[in-house]
Design a protein around this ligand. Structure first.
Ligand SMILES: NC(=O)c1ccc[n+]([C@@H]2O[C@H](COP(=O)([O-])OP(=O)(O)OC[C@H]3O[C@@H](n4cnc5c(N)ncnc54)[C@H](O)[C@@H]3O)[C@@H](O)[C@H]2O)c1
Length: 320
C-alpha cells in the first residue's frame, strides 16, 4: 500500500506553535506538504506572550528538510485570517488543507457567563474556525479540492472540572464546531471540499493545569501524545480522505467515529405525559453499564427524525 502523502499540497495549520497544532504541522510537512504555521503566541488564558512560537516550529520543520513559513496572526481577526490564507497563496501558490486547531481555555462557569472569556472563546474556537473556512473556500472551490480538519472537543458532550465547575463557552463553542463542520461538508460536497472534525485528547499545556496531581493527568502523560492526534487526523487532510461531515475521537493511538444516535423510542399519536413516563425505557433506549446501546439509529441529518417517526408507526404510509 502507498503512504499517505501531501506532495504538492499546501496546508494552513492554526495554533501550530505548540501542542497538537505543532504535531499536525510537523506531520503534514514530513509527508510532503508545504505548511503555513500560524500561531498568535498566547497563553491558554489568551494573554499575549512574548516569543515566536510559529517561527520555532518552522525552524524545526526546515531543519528536517520540510517546507514551512510562519504566520503570527490571530484566528479571531478577520483581517489576520484573510492574510494567513493569502500568505499561503502568495508563498506556495495554493491552499488545499486548513487544520483549524488554535485554541484557548479560560471559560467561566456556565451560570456566570457571558463575560470577556465568553466572547474570546466564541471568537477563537467558533468564529475563528468559520472565518478560516470562509477565507479558504473560494480558492478551494476554484480548484475543486479542499480539506478542512476542524477541532472540536469531547467537552462538547459535557465537561466538568475536578472541582465541580461546569464551564460554558469552551464546550458551547466546540459543540458549534460540529454543526459548522457538518454544514460545510454539505456545501462542499459538489465542489470537492471535505470537512471533518476531531475530538482530540493529548497531554499539552492546555490540559495539565486543569487536572493537577490526578490519575488522569498521569495517564495522559503516559499514553496520549500530540503526535498520536496528528497521525490519527492525517488521513482526514489527505486526498484519499474517505468521509466528510464526520467527527472522530482521536487519542493515544485510538481513532473512532463519534456520532449522534437515537433509539427507535416510544411513539403514539395519542401521546400523554403519563405515556411518556410509563414508557421511559423505550424513550431513552436500553443500554448496559458501558453505555453500549441496543438498536440505535445514527442521526445522519435532520431527516432522521421523519424516518424514525415513520418506522415507529406514525404516518408510516405517508410519502416524504
Ligand atoms: N489537549 C487536549 O486534550 C485537547 C482536548 C480537546 C480539544 N483540544 C483542542 O485542541 C486544540 C489544540 O490544543 P492544545 O492542547 O494543543 O493547546 P495549546 O495551548 O498547546 O495550543 C494552542 C495553540 O493555539 C494558539 N492560539 C491561541 N489563540 C490563538 C489565536 N487567536 N490565533 C492563533 N493561534 C492561537 C496558542 O498560542 C497555542 O500555541 C485546541 O483547539 C483545543 O481546544 C485539545
Amino acid at each position: 500500500m502507498s503512504d499517505v502523502r501531501f506532495d504538492g499540497r499546501v496546508a494552513l495549520v492554526t495554533g501550530a506553535g505548540g501542542g497538537i497544532g505543532r504535531a499536525h504541522a510537523k506531520t503534514l510537512a514530513a509527508r510532503g506538504a508545504k505548511v503555513v504555521v500560524n500561531d498568535y503566541g498566547v497563553s491558554i488564558r489568551n494573554e499575549v506572550q512574548s516569543g515566536d512560537r510559529a517561527q520555532a516550529v518552522v525552524d524545526e520543520i526546515t531543519a528536517a528538510n520540510g517546507v514551512a513559513v510562519a504566520n503570527r496572526g490571530s484566528v479571531a481577526s478577520q483581517e489576520d485570517v484573510a492574510a494567513m490564507v493569502q500568505q499561503a497563496i502568495d508563498t506556495f501558490g495554493r491552499i488545499d488543507i486548513v487544520v483549524n486547531n488554535a485554541g484557548i481555555n479560560a471559560s467561566d462557569p456556565i451560570q456566570e457567563e457571558p463575560g470577556p472569556a465568553y466572547a474570546a472563546h466564541m471568537a477563537v474556537h467558533l468564529e475563528g474556525q468559520l472565518m478560516t473556512m470562509r477565507a479558504a473556500w473560494p480558492h478551494m472551490a476554484r480548484q475543486g479540492y479542499g480539506r478542512f480538519v476542524n477541532t472540536s472537543s469531547a467537552a462538547a458532550l459535557g465537561f466538568v472540572q475536578p472541582d465541580g465547575t461546569w464551564y460554558g463557552s469552551y464546550a458551547i463553542a466546540k459543540a458549534g464546531v460540529l454543526a459548522a463542520t457538518r454544514q460545510a461538508a454539505g456545501a462542499g460536497a459538489p465542489l470537492g471540499i471535505k470537512a471533518n472534525a476531531i475530538l482530540p485528547l493529548a497531554i499539552s499545556r492546555m490540559v495539565t493545569p486543569l487536572i493537577p496531581g490526578t490519575n488522569v493527568l498521569e495517564y495522559m502523560e503516559r499514553f496520549t501524545t500530540a503526535e498520536h492526534v496528528a497521525l490519527g487526523a492525517c488521513l482526514l487532510a489527505a486526498q484519499e480522505c474517505p468521509v466528510s461531515g464526520q467527527a472522530f475521537s482521536i487519542s493515544g493511538g485510538r481513532v473512532a467515529r463519534v456520532f449522534f444516535a437515537s433509539p427507535l423510542g416510544f411513539a403514539d399519536p395519542e401521546l400523554t405525559p403519563e405515556k411518556v413516563r410509563d414508557n421511559w425505557e423505550l424513550v431513552v433506549g436500553s443500554q448496559n453499564a458501558d453505555h453500549l446501546l441496543e438498536e440505535t439509529y445514527e442521526a445522519v441529518d435532520n431527516a432522521f427524525e421523519y424516518a424514525l417517526l415513520q418506522k415507529a408507526g406514525i404516518g408510516a404510509e405517508a410519502k416524504l
